[in-house]
Design a protein around this ligand. Structure first.
Ligand SMILES: Cc1cc2nc3c(=O)[nH]c(=O)nc-3n(C[C@H](O)[C@H](O)[C@H](O)COP(=O)(O)OP(=O)(O)OC[C@H]3O[C@@H](n4cnc5c(N)ncnc54)[C@H](O)[C@@H]3O)c2cc1C
Length: 382
């Protein structure tokens, strides 16, 4: 007998669930409360600019990337490895610590990395990362880095600014197993943007499910009567009792070329508001009209635009920043779940099945993986 499945929520997890079901002959009905698919992965077309809903990037090394996405069609544009790290009034260039730690000591940043840091980075790159994250493991990333033997200087000047941008958490209190997993993924591929914006990821999945099977602008609750006609209900909407890390992304446009670089800018001064900055058009020119650059300026704490502009002027010079014009800001209060279950939570054995990144890990891979598990749980039942 054909299974009737409804999916509530068309974020990446719900869409991944839908794709897997469809690939096995079950056509799902999808309800999404927003006017677009993708949930936390979205892109707004604004005055000719592509503004992703917060700075995010796709790692082509995620295991489920090639399973769900058509990479050729995404036409991924990669950031350069390494970073320019701002400290004590200047930028230091860190070439590629995650792939080529041999260069750590040759870079301008050499004063911040010791010979031991270089050896430990190499060891970490070649060490076996945990197969998947172990929830029982309570050590934080910061504790792990200290115990592993990295110098405080290197932790403060590289790991903290870089990974606080990935985890949206300045304290690096995220599970060290997740850190090691993500570290491996970063060392295997460059962070990338689809040519037409991050929303191409959910759009590909939605197209595979068939837009005709997805109803937008429709908020559904679990106890709605109309759901009774379905054999299975996949809840891919907002979870209860989950806390999130927040981020605000401010977009600026400029015609100045001076700082247009494919390398991320990181701030290592903990008393200043900005965490990381990316010139998106240096990576992907289609994010702005011709001759314009688009900068994404990311802040993990409360700060007004004036404080942001002052900090930008300190980093890039006021002459430069006077040529930057604020376009729009996105304040994302619920960006990444603080304490995901890392796969320890069963998607559900009854009629209602759950999926979402909070069940796996706070990442695109986590969302895809939970959707896949939910679908397979349904498909395995007779
Ligand atoms: C700013 C930011 C930066 C990030 N950076 C990265 C990154 O660089 N790399 C990375 O791998 N990951 C990153 N992530 C994480 C990644 O985007 C998420 O893990 C993933 O998108 C979560 O997908 P989801 O399906 O679990 O949840 P969501 O995307 O939240 O989807 C839930 C969907 O359910 C809908 N919904 C809720 N309630 C209802 C209802 N009652 N009825 C109908 N629909 C409902 C919502 O509208 C939403 O569309 C980032 C996230 C953010 C916000």
């Amino acid at each position: 007998m054909e299974k009737k499945v409804v999916i509530i929520g068309a974020g990446l997890s719900g869409l991944a669930c839908g794709v897997e079901l469809k690939r096995h002959g079950v056509i799902p009905t999808v309800f999404e409360s927003n006017s677009y698919v993708g949930g936390r992965v979205g892109t707004e077309d604004y005055q000719g600019y592509k503004l992703d809903y917060g700075f995010q990037a796709f790692l082509p090394s995620y295991e489920l990337g090639p399973y769900f996405f058509d990479y050729k069609n995404l036409n991924l544009k990669a950031f350069s490895p390494g970073a320019r790290i701002y400290k004590s009034g200047k930028f230091n260039h860190l070439s590629d610590p995650l792939r080529d730690p041999r260069n750590l000591l040759n870079t301008l940043f050499s004063t911040s990395a010791t010979i031991k840091d270089k050896a430990l980075t190499t060891k970490l790159i070649f060490s076996k990362a945990p197969a998947y994250i172990n929830i029982n493991q309570s050590k934080t990333t910061l504790e792990f880095l200290k115990e592993y033997g990295f110098s405080q200087r290197y932790i403060d000047n590289f790991f903290k600014p870089f990974f606080s941008g990935v985890f949206l958490n300045k304290e690096l209190s995220v599970s060290s197993h997740f850190f090691r997993y993500i570290f491996k993924k970063f060392s295997k591929a460059y962070a990338s943007l689809p040519e037409k914006g991050m929303n191409q990821l959910p759009l590909q999945l939605a197209n595979e499910i068939g837009q005709e099977n997805i109803t937008l602008n429709k908020s559904v609750s679990l106890d709605e009567v109309e759901l009774t006609e379905f054999d299975y209900i996949v809840w891919a909407g907002k979870p209860e009792n989950v806390e999130y890390h927040s981020v605000t992304t401010h977009y600026f446009k400029t015609t100045s070329n001076k700082w247009a670089s494919k390398t991320l800018y990181l701030n290592a001064e903990s008393n200043k508001p900005i965490n990381h900055i990316a010139c998106l058009t240096a990576v992907n020119p289609s994010y702005a009209p011709k001759d314009w650059h688009l900068y994404s300026v990311n802040v993990l704490q409360e700060a007004n635009l004036e404080a942001i502009s002052t900090h930008l002027a300190e980093m890039f010079g006021s002459e430069e920043v006077n040529q930057w014009h604020h376009l729009k800001s996105f304040k994302i209060k619920e960006a990444l779940p603080k304490n995901p279950y890392y796969g320890k939570f069963n998607p559900g054995k009854d009629k209602v099945i759950y999926c979402g990144d909070y069940l796996e890990s706070a990442s695109i891979q986590g969302a895809l993986s939970s959707g896949l598990k939910a679908a397979r749980s349904i498909l395995s039942r007779v």
